[in-house]
Design a protein around this ligand. Structure first.
Ligand SMILES: [Zn+2]
Ligand SMILES: [Zn+2]
Length: 236
């Protein structure tokens, strides 16, 4: 069921996502100037997610665990992530590890829209940031759901690794270019520091010597007595 306001909020969220998110090889990690957008995105996604949570909670709970096939029963993974795995199978430090949104972006090259706009939106739980409460809440996602989403976006986990390599080599190439430019600039600076200052060019009125006939050009010529200038001319 659609609530009033959905229509207005979702495109705004979408617009925010599209800002500075042009290509996957450039995704993951944010510069300082993205903080404002990140902040606005956070607020927008939180209210959006609250609405989503109601939808998640309305999904009927399956009877069985998808891993062992036994009765699902009380399941933290179901309650928090709609992931039908029982408490016995729940492998908190391994297969069902929780990963922060920031780490997931880097690890799986996901963009904000891949978390929130692709259907179904990925469910998360919020935790206070242990390093600094001022950073805002950490969003924790479930590893197998992230992997499934990443495969949906990139085709396979292998292609993510290829993209990452491309990203690294592109960054290396950029650094190399920057380094070469710097070296070149330094060399130019050194050269001009060592080179004798070019004498300022003084223009003057040429003072011509005697007229001569130049057989080579079949013209007459006159040399300036004060500089290297030679003037050639025909005579009728
Ligand atoms: Zn189980
Ligand atoms: Zn001259």
């Amino acid at each position: 069921m659609k609530r009033r306001g959905d229509k207005d909020n979702i495109p705004a969220v979408e617009k925010l996502y599209k800002k500075n998110q042009q290509d996957y090889s450039a995704s993951g990690g944010f510069g300082a100037k993205d903080d404002v957008y990140e902040e606005r995105r956070n607020r927008a996604t939180t209210s959006y997610q609250q609405r989503q949570h109601r939808a998640f909670n309305a999904v009927p709970k399956p009877d069985d665990c998808t891993e062992c096939g036994d009765f699902l029963g009380e399941s933290e993974l179901w309650d928090r992530y709609n992931f039908a795995v029982c408490s016995v199978c729940n492998d908190k430090e391994g297969r069902h590890k929780l990963i922060t949104r920031t780490e997931a972006k880097d690890r799986f090259l996901l963009k904000d829209c891949d978390f929130d706009l692709r259907k179904p939106p990925l469910r998360f739980i919020s935790k206070k940031n242990p390093h600094n409460p001022r950073y805002g809440d950490m969003k924790l996602y479930l590893l197998p759901q992230l992997e499934a989403r990443a495969i949906e976006v990139h085709g396979s986990l292998e292609s993510i690794e290829e993209l990452k390599e491309l990203k690294t080599s592109r960054r290396d190439a950029m650094n190399e270019k920057r380094f070469e430019r710097k070296i070149k600039a330094m060399r130019t600076e050194m050269k001009s520091a060592c080179a004798p200052k070019a004498l300022p060019k003084v223009t003057h009125t040429h003072v011509y010597g005697p007229e001569e006939f130049d057989a080579e050009s079949d013209q007459y010529k006159k040399n300036c007595t004060e500089c290297d200038h030679v003037t050639y001319y025909d005579k009728m």
